[in-house]
Design a protein around this ligand. Sequence first.
Ligand code: ZN
Length: 251
Amino acid sequence: MNQLIRCKNCDAIIMKTPFDQYPEYELSPEGSFENFRIIEKDDFQEFLILHHGHQLENLKIIENSFASERAYSEPVKISFFKATNGKDKFVVKKFREKIDEPLKYQLIFGDYYLQCTTIEIQEEEISKQLIRELKLPSSSTQISAFLKLYRHVAEDIDLRELERVPEESPYPLEIYYKIDDLHLMYLLRNCRNIFKGQEYSAMEEFIHRHKDDGVLLLKATYKIQLTEIAKPEKRAMAASLPRKKEKMVEK
Ligand SMILES: [Zn+2]
């Protein structure tokens, strides 16, 4: 099992993994397999030697606190998570500068939250489906009128009231949401100004059909807002940092 350990004297941290004991194999610069060398690796032993006589403590990773700006599958990236010793809460920055480097961990005093930067509708996908299903010409003013209306609905929406669609995006900071019933009703009502008679009925069906299947999902993009504070002993002057009142999701 992985164990996150902090040196209280230096604020260095290490993730002790079951793999610490295994040697790492490295290819020669030419990339040939014949002369690879073995690097004996024991990061944790190194850490213990470096922090000999210092006070160490276990940190517990706070569940669901992971945040990263790059795709989950991306090996070279910076991500953050939160950890606690039961009393204080820390931000842990986890990163790798090059693909062949081991992961590094850095302790940060402070906190972060996710700030929503944009809410978008999927214009291209909506237009494509409207052309295909309602047989509207791609130059149709009805399409642009509907997109304008839906954009207006999206701008007004409070994400905290929406249902999040899990795992729609490989990017941790792009989150998809399902439109709620109240805004759906508003959308339908205003569609009456754009579509008449049979066209309206077709549009009503279109909206109901696509509200769950991805076409009408709203895409919110977040950014990580990191607030660093001074170390607790030196915190007296820096007190607490002001928090902006913006659309945000606690992580
Ligand atoms: Zn130390």
